[in-house]
Design a protein around this ligand. Structure first.
Ligand code: GCB
Length: 729
């Protein structure tokens, strides 16, 4: 029989880069910790990009009882980023990659008393991914560590963290049956394999047919079968699997079990405020409950392998998953081996999960690297590896917006996707629409998806005139209203994923009123606040239970005569009451808008069917300062509202392209940009060398660019005065 003991307690933690003997000698003086544990739970989330990246030790004595049994293995579900495991001072295994599981055998190295010492490090590396990305690279033993005791005759445990059993169901939708191949790895003579009540004895591999197959059918009916395998010794493994057919069509998008099933959902990072990546089962379940509430039918589990329990939850809840490795932002010429080993482990460990539809090769890999032969070769090798290990699934990539669509890298994966942030980092919302229209027209035979889009919002900030870059909850909501419609109008997009469901730690960030957080989440980092944009998607995606949501609940004090009341609902009629009086009924879909006069303190109630939502808002005489993040930008906007711009002359409201057409005005802009460039060399170079980026910049208004660059009010006004002195042709 197999025995699994989770080594939760009794660890000593030493935050020091010391040799193994020293760690063992001073272990008693270490901090007592329980797993899961990260040393960056605080410093990885507070900004400054100064969290501890180094080598630390975890030391623990194994009891007599824990080491009993014929063969003893040790399993790490996640040790970030690299780990070295020692038993009684003897080095047993080195592992690179902070997100996949690995095991090592202890039997043969056991003594009277046994000290386990594990050094874990998240230092810079030229060989292990990720090294450059917009999230905190927490270090630690942040997932469970377990002892596995098995008999002499047992299922394979070492190779790439294999579960020892691999199930490949191939469904015939017409005949309503599934051919299920079960392969096993073990050191016995024969194995008994059971699927759906039928048992077969074989050497390693058996095939089964399930008639009248019960499909794994997404959110509606994620039915799971179990396959189990048993050796004469009693060692047993089992796995759940699902019978489903995934397909992609360049014109019609994604198909599940033969029916159109547009994948519409969100991305998830695994970390949590206060805990970092050292989250527990209950946290995973809480996240899944939020995903179910939202009504998303797909998740991009970015940017690395997530916990097995989370893929399990996706299996159980019918969520279609994009799984990927952290081959991200910057290609490293010495990192090829690591991309291959992380992919091998991802596929080996996750193969049986019916939820997984695609393997993601990389993310924005050309953001900080040129498309050269080494990078292409790396992608080809990864792609071949995926197909060799798993001919049943497609491969994909998340491309950075500035990657030219005719780049040879797009030919490598089976299907493609782009991350676009028009309407946030740069450009206008409509450029997202145009990008896909142009792409789809140019490549009608290519499957394309939308792997990331989003806008940061701090739910403390509010505005009645939301603008790109203001970090208001209102702009984020508007942004997503546009995107929701854009996506609905383009059913050929095989999958779309909001970046991100949750705010997450990016210790290098300092913006939007918070240190160390990326705030593109629909929900805050602590999972406590659902921003308005969350309810927009819920209204569009969750049709299970009627609900109605009043936007702007946190935008209490409003300085205006008339205000907009916006309601999100999955019902098609909304009634609005102000101070108990019905003031309007709107019919429509998802978004309902009302305008009401603001006279004092009001109680607003929205009703749809028999559900309702209530909030209070107040009329104030001065704008509420605490609602404004970028005070300089806000005052520029006010200044423009109050001052006429002569449209026959240039102004900062013109696009860069238009301004550049006039030599005199163009020269002023170029001088300004050159000055900025000398201050921020890297960005400027990226623009200069990239025609696609230049085209996009040409379409941006100067004011939007200035605001984004954080230019101060006086210099913006000064520049405008100069431009107003130049007549347009
Ligand atoms: C991206 C990256 C993601 C970032 C995101 C952002 O394209 O893939 O890791 O967090 O942009 O918010 O800038």
């Amino acid at each position: 029989m197999r025995k699994i003991t989770v080594l939760k307690d009794g660890w000593k933690f030493l935050k020091a880069d010391i040799p193994c003997e020293t760690a063992m000698e001073y272990a008693a003086q270490g901090e007592t910790v329980s797993l899961p544990h990260t040393w960056n739970a605080v410093d990885g989330q507070d900004g400054g990009n100064d969290y501890h990246r180094g080598t630390c030790w975890y030391v623990r004595e194994l009891s007599k009882e824990e080491t009993e049994g014929e063969r003893l293995f040790l399993e790490f579900a996640g040790a970030a980023m690299s780990a070295d495991v020692y038993l009684n001072g003897k080095h047993l295994v080195h592992h690179d990659g902070g997100y996949s599981a690995f095991r090592t055998e202890l039997s043969g190295h056991l003594a009277e008393t046994n000290i386990l010492a594990v050094s874990v490090n998240n230092t810079d590396s030229r060989t292990v991914y990720p090294q450059k990305a917009d999230f905190t690279f927490y270090g630690g033993l942040y997932r469970p560590v377990s002892l596995i005791t098995v008999p002499e005759e047992h299922f394979e445990l070492l190779k790439d963290g294999t579960p020892g059993i691999k199930v490949t169901p191939v469904v015939d939708l017409e005949k309503k049956c599934a051919h299920v191949t079960v392969e096993t790895w073990h050191n016995g003579n024969s194995v008994e394999i059971t699927v759906n009540g039928e048992t077969k004895t074989c050497e390693k591999k058996s095939e089964f047919v399930i008639e009248n197959v019960h499909l794994w059918d997404g959110l509606d009916d994620p039915f799971l079968y179990t396959a189990s395998a048993k050796l004469a010794s009693g060692d047993e493994v089992s796995t759940r699997f699902g019978c489903r057919v995934f397909a992609c069509d360049p014109q019609k998008g994604f198909f599940l079990n033969g029916r159109s099933y547009p994948l519409r959902g969100v991305s998830r990072h695994q970390d949590l405020k206060g805990k970092g990546n050292a989250v527990g089962r209950e946290d995973l379940e809480a996240d899944m409950a939020i995903i179910r509430e939202l009504g998303a039918n797909t998740l991009r589990l970015a940017h690395y392998q997530h916990a097995q329990e989370f893929y399990d939850l996706c299996d159980e809840n019918g969520i279609v998953v994009w799984a990927e490795i952290p081959y991200i932002t910057m290609h490293m010429s010495e990192g090829r081996e690591n991309t291959l080993s992380q992919m091998k482990e991802l596929i080996t460990q996750c193969y049986n999960h019916p939820c997984i539809a695609v393997w993601g090769l990389s993310n924005e890999i050309t953001a900080a690297s040129a498309v050269n032969e080494d990078l292409l070769e790396n992608h080809r090798l990864l792609n071949e590896l995926c197909h060799r290990m798993d001919p049943t699934r497609l491969t994909t990539m998340a491309n950075v917006f500035m990657l030219e669509t005719d780049s040879p890298i797009l030919d490598i994966p089976d299907i493609n996707s782009y991350n676009l942030y028009f309407g946030w980092y740069l450009g206008d919302l409509e450029q997202n629409d145009e990008f896909f229209d142009e792409y789809h027209e140019k490549y009608p035979d290519r499957v394309i998806g939308f792997s990331e889009y989003g806008a940061d919002a701090n739910p403390a900030f509010h505005s009645s005139h939301p603008e790109k870059g203001d970090y208001t909850e209102e702009y984020q909501a508007l942004y997503h209203e546009h995107m929701l419609k854009m996506i609905e109008d383009r059913p050929y997009l095989w999958a779309t994923h909001v970046w991100n469901l949750f705010d997450f730690a990016a210790d290098g960030r300092d913006e939007g009123g918070k240190h160390g957080e990326n705030q593109k989440g629909l929900v805050t980092f602590d999972r406590q606040t659902r921003k308005d944009a969350f309810w927009l998607y819920k209204a569009a995606w969750n049709h299970k239970e009627p609900f109605v949501h009043l936007c702007g609940k946190r935008y209490v004090n409003r300085c205006e005569d008339e205000t907009e009341i916006k309601v999100y609902s999955n019902q098609n009629e909304v009634r609005l009451y102000v101070d108990g009086t019905l003031i309007g009924t709107e019919t429509g879909k998802t978004v309902f808008r009302f305008r009401i006069p603001l006279m004092g303190n009001h109680v607003i109630r929205a009703e749809a069917g028999n559900v309702s939502d209530t909030m209070c808002i107040n009329r104030v005489s001065e704008p509420e300062e605490s609602y404004i993040f970028n005070k300089a930008a806000a005052s520029v906007t006010n200044w423009f509202d109050a001052n006429e711009i002569d449209p026959s002359c240039f102004s900062i409201q013109d696009t860069l392209g238009a301004i550049r057409e006039n030599p005199q005005a163009g020269a002023i802009i170029d001088a300004m940009m050159a000055k900025g460039a000398s201050e921020r060399g890297d960005v400027a170079d990226a623009v200069k060398d990239n025609p696609g980026l230049q085209r996009m910049m040409a379409r941006m208004t100067l004011i939007s660019l200035l605001k984004q660059s954080g230019a101060d009010e006086e210099s913006i006004k000064q520049l405008n005065r100069v431009l107003q002195g130049i007549k347009k042709a």
